[in-house]
Ligand binder design. Structure first.
Ligand code: FES
Ligand code: FES
Length: 205
């Protein structure tokens, strides 16, 4: 006599096997992915199309520009992507490296942390606006004289920060320059030469 409980034939058919579970999951997942993707893409496209824009008039290196920009556009992207002024560099894009330093109305700002739409009517100076015709700015010349760069990626930000440092009256000693420019990171470690370059330019300003 068998000890196994009798299984009704219908219960066997209703019980899911590993094979049927996998097949069902794959089918459902495929249907979800294929079905949901167009909706997702459409809503993303709509969001991009509907992103609020503003007209901004800003003077960059003495030239007045009026542009319509997405309200989320940073000053850094305005310079690099809209005006093709690529001398200002994007390092961290998060306010931590200083590579994007430019002057707004003569004061240092991180371009990546500044919204372009907030600059309506303001004056921006970038590294492209520092030299006069063929004449390098004394701080640019000092960077060359002091060999104050290696890869050069941080250099435009260092020079713009150095200009701000001198203008703000902080270039009175190596320590003060270091403190004033502590937001400008140089991965190549050229700090001693950068400080000497700022000191040299400060002596002639
Ligand atoms: Fe702006 Fe690094 S790119 S601080
Ligand atoms: Fe290379 Fe400063 S010169 S990061």
């Amino acid at each position: 006599m068998s000890s196994e409980p009798a299984t009704p034939p219908d219960a066997d058919r209703a019980r899911p096997t590993r094979r049927t579970v996998l097949a069902t999951t794959a089918a459902a997942g495929g249907a979800l992915t294929v079905g949901a993707l167009p909706d997702f893409m459409e809503s993303t496209a709509q969001a991009t199309e509907q992103a609020p824009t503003s007209e901004v008039t800003v003077t960059v290196n003495g030239t007045r520009h009026t542009l319509t920009v997405d309200n989320r556009t940073s000053l850094l992207d305005l310079l690099r992507e809209h005006l093709k002024l690529t001398g200002t560099k994007k390092g961290c894009d998060a306010g931590a490296c200083g590579a994007c330093t430019v002057l707004v109305d003569g004061r240092r700002v991180n371009g990546c942390l500044t919204l372009a739409v907030r600059l309506h009517g303001r004056e921006v100076t970038t590294i492209e606006g520092v030299a006069r015709a063929d004449q390098l700015h004394p701080l640019q010349q000092a960077f060359i004289d002091q060999d104050a760069f290696q890869c050069g990626y941080c250099t435009s930000g260092q020079i713009m920060s150095g200009l701000g440092c001198i203008k703000e009256g902080h270039a009175t000693s190596g320590d003060r320059i270091r403190e004033s420019m502590s937001g400008n990171i140089c991965r190549c470690g050229c700090y001693p030469k950068i400080v000497r370059a700022v000191e040299q330019a400060a002596r002639h300003s």
